[in-house]
Ligand binder design. Sequence first.
Ligand SMILES: [Zn+2]
Length: 99
Amino acid sequence: MIHFSCDACGQPIDREHETRYVVRLEVYAAVDEDTEPTDPEVDHLEAIEDMLERMEDSVSLDDELYQQLRYDLCPTCRERLLADPLARLKGAKLGFSNN
Ligand SMILES: [Zn+2]
């Protein structure tokens, strides 16, 4: 049996008694629709998929244009994440310290 631990707090996740939650974080360069020619025929989702496919071919730019991260979370950390997913970023911007 595979044992999982929470990527946030490090606690083992007892899958018999609690749910393991998976967080997938996808960060990619935005396609600004305003700068593209207005064409009702254009499927923007398809355009993004095409762009991502092209990116997969260009290894050197991958990290800046597209990143996908994956974490396992225990129920407690799932609650904490969903309460404020960008808490860390907001704190950094304001120069908060945890000390
Ligand atoms: Zn946790």
